[in-house]
Write a protein that binds this ligand. Structure first.
Ligand SMILES: CC(C)(COP(=O)(O)OP(=O)(O)OC[C@H]1O[C@@H](n2cnc3c(N)ncnc32)[C@H](O)[C@@H]1OP(=O)(O)O)[C@@H](O)C(=O)NCCC(=O)NCCS
Length: 220
């Protein structure tokens, strides 16, 4: 560029900046899931079905499949929790389901925990898992098993170990997704059931807010 082509730097008129708002805290409440939460739960789970290997499901789950699962877990009295924002947006969910169908395994469950991507890394997973463990103990369950993908699930492994889950085994190449073989890490936690298990019917009629409430500064 020639010297004669230089233009004096344009000065833009001053514009008032919007007043800076402090970033709102990351607040949430954990409560039992209800049927009205199913569309959000499905959306959260299907994000990981489509985009990750943290679940070995390959096809998005339908609302109908979630309704069936919800009714099944409710009948068994197995806890299913959601974490919601102050505006009642579902940020994540956690549930336990039977580990094996044979009746002798009835006190042993497998857990699942999934958060909206924007809600990860802020301590919500730890809070939700702690609540799930308490709710499972309250339901008279004795053991929770976590089966975690050996690829891309570092947060889940750290989360479960932090909550006292102990690794009990690894299996290589038992899964296949996105054209690659995947293994699993199995962790186990023994619970302290604090009351005898009620009949599933009496358990299903309850839907209440857990006492757990947490507010944490964003990004902490
Ligand atoms: C796994 C998941 C539930 C964890 O919840 P989270 O809110 O992100 O995790 P938290 O912020 O509560 O952190 C829990 C622990 O994991 C650690 N952690 C979090 N993200 C991590 C990461 N990407 N890599 C390694 N460790 C991580 C934290 O440091 C913390 O440990 P600490 O208490 O010793 O510091 C969440 O990330 C998620 O939904 N991931 C996608 C779905 C998924 O993988 N589900 C589990 C399927 S088995």
């Amino acid at each position: 560029m020639l010297e004669s082509e230089y233009q004096p730097r344009r000065r833009l008129p001053r514009q008032p900046l919007p007043p800076t708002q402090p970033e709102p805290g990351f607040a949430f409440e954990i409560r039992r899931a209800g049927p009205e939460d199913i569309p959000d739960i499905r959306e959260i789970y299907n994000h990981y079905v489509t985009n990750s290997v943290v679940t070995f499901d390959e096809k998005p789950m339908t609302i109908r499949a979630w309704k069936t699962k919800f009714a099944f877990l409710r009948k068994l009295g197995h806890p299913m929790l959601v974490a919601v924002s102050p505006s009642e947006q579902v940020l994540g969910y956690a549930l336990v389901q039977p580990w094996r169908p044979r009746s002798g395994y009835r006190f042993t469950v497998e857990n699942a925990i999934y958060l909206r991507p924007a809600s990860t890394g802020k301590g919500l997973g730890a809070a939700l898992l702690d609540s799930l463990i308490s709710a499972s103990e309250e339901a008279g369950l004795k053991t929770i098993i976590a089966v975690i993908s050996d690829s891309g699930a570092e947060a889940s492994l750290a989360l479960h170990e932090r909550a006292g889950f102990v690794e009990v085994g690894r299996m290589g190449g038992v899964g296949f997704k996105f054209n690659r073989s995947l293994g699993t890490v199995t962790l186990q936690k023994t619970l302290k059931p604090n009351r005898p298990r009620k009949s599933p019917e009496s358990e299903t009629k309850k839907r209440r807010t857990l006492s757990w409430r947490r507010s944490k500064p964003s990004g902490a």
